[in-house]
Design a protein. Structure first.
Length: 157
């Protein structure tokens, strides 16, 4: 089954929360408290998203983590790549692993798998953080309100 990782799922929840106040900076503890994402996961996730260019971090009393771009300029693909690496169905398609499976010379499925990988990547690129935040359960509530992560998991199947 093809599915995003738990950490990428947490990323969607955390970024949807942060998108409600796109100019604000949040501590990892605040994001964890308000979204239900476990604090150790939230801390790790936010650092990954900074490294991936999705978030920026700022030190000091008014510091924390904030969106690197407007929510409509951050795609789900940006988030997935920052957390999970290249979007590809197989190692030979990601361009980063430098490998294949040893069948590349006569592989009949690489071309079709590439089409599927490309379609998934394009679909994820077309959905912005703004799109998700606007459809997020309780999107009309304030950023200070708590979000129940189990609701999101139930909606995603």
């Amino acid at each position: 089954m093809i599915r995003i990782s738990r950490m990428a799922d947490y990323g969607v929840v955390a970024l949807s929360f942060m998108a409600r106040e796109p100019d604000a900076f949040f501590s990892a503890a605040h994001v964890a408290e308000r979204t239900g994402v476990p604090l150790p996961s939230a801390s790790k996730l936010l650092k990954m998203l900074v490294k991936g260019g999705v978030l920026v971090s700022r030190r000091g009393a008014a510091g924390g983590y904030g969106l690197a771009r407007a929510p409509d300029k951050i795609s789900v693909a940006d988030l997935v790549v920052a957390v999970d690496g290249p979007i590809a169905l197989a190692d030979c398609l990601d361009g980063a692993s430098g490998g294949g499976c040893g069948l590349e010379g006569f592989c009949a499925v690489r071309g079709p798998w590439q089409k599927v990988s490309d379609a998934i990547r394009v679909a994820l690129e077309e959905v912005s953080l703004s799109d998700i935040a606007d459809s997020f359960p309780g999107s009309k509530i304030a950023a200070g309100d708590t979000v129940d992560v189990s609701i999101i998991r139930n909606l995603s199947g």
